[in-house]
Ligand binder design. Structure first.
Ligand code: SF4
Length: 282
């Protein structure tokens, strides 16, 4: 049995930056003898990374009400501006680990709002990144996940369109084409992350040539789930695993070529452990 690894795996620059900021903040807080560093929700969508950060002393909270003082790390997906002002008003020290590509969307949306565009966010309504963007987008914004949603929403004639960073470019294009038909003016920004696109392409290429794909990553990670969908669309059998412990060797019966890919927040170490376990059991 042959095992092939996708050409692009490992942390993206946004996740690397967030983890570096987390450890720098932890060091700083320890040197100040006030070791209180919190993240509002998981800083990245990978359970092993979050567990390791918690072991090292970074505490995940779900609501600002849970804390009174300390450093607050803002996750890669960003938060609505109201959350930032609440944290400031509480006197928390904010360390913003929002990915620069997500910050770019916040800026685009803020500027479009000033020019009276209705903001259209193409993405998943409940995803933290979209919730964060929506906070900048004004009351009249709309979130569109699929073309059918267009029938249910009220659109102005002047639209400012952005997308969640982890979207498939094809889905983004399809929805944009439909929106163009419904408005007098559309300002469209391609906000899909190049790191995400590179992983999607590497996964697509690999899934075409193997009998089975394994996607390594957090089950709550949007970019990881997109990789899973790519394999499913090609009808390549696929499993999403969070680590080597989830492997089942019965999956490999009669398979000649196995492909391995991983989400942008999956540490390379976890993918290597999966690879090692498969190789040792061949
Ligand atoms: S996947 Fe892209 S947008 Fe998301 S954190 Fe990484 S670099 Fe930033």
């Amino acid at each position: 049995m042959q095992i092939l690894v996708a050409k692009k795996i490992g942390f993206c620059f946004g996740v690397k930056r967030a983890i570096e900021l987390a450890y720098q903040t932890l060091e700083k807080s320890k040197s100040e003898n006030s070791p209180l560093v919190f993240t509002l929700g998981p800083i990245v969508h990978n359970p092993q990374v979050v567990r390791q950060l918690e072991k090292d002393g970074i505490i995940t909270i779900n609501d600002l009400k849970e804390i009174k003082k300390g450093y607050l790390l803002i996750r890669t997906h960003g938060v609505p501006p109201l959350v930032l002002s609440d944290a400031e008003n509480k006197g928390l020290t904010i360390i913003d680990a929002t990915c620069p590509l997500v910050q770019r969307i916040h800026k685009i949306v803020t500027n479009l709002k000033k020019e009276n565009y209705q903001i259209i966010i193409i993405g998943h309504k409940d995803h933290p990144e979209v919730v964060g963007i929506a906070g900048y987008a004004g009351k009249d914004h709309q979130v569109i996940e699929k073309i059918e949603d267009l029938e249910k929403i009220k659109l102005d004639k002047k639209l400012g369109i952005v997308g969640q960073t982890t979207l498939f470019i094809d889905n983004f294009q399809k929805i944009v084409l439909n929106l163009i038909e419904k408005a007098y003016e559309c300002r469209i920004y391609n906000t899909i992350c190049f790191e995400t696109q590179a992983r999607q392409k590497a996964t697509l290429d690999l899934a075409k040539e193997v009998d089975l794909m394994l996607v390594v990553g957090g089950k709550n990670s949007s970019n990881t789930k997109r990789l899973l969908e790519i394999c499913k669309e090609l009808n390549t059998p696929v499993y999403l695993i969070e680590g080597a412990k989830d492997l089942k060797f019965s999956w490999f019966n009669l398979k000649k070529k196995i492909g391995l890919t991983a989400g942008a927040s999956t540490p390379i170490r976890i993918t290597q452990e999966v690879l090692k376990k498969i190789k040792n059991n061949k």
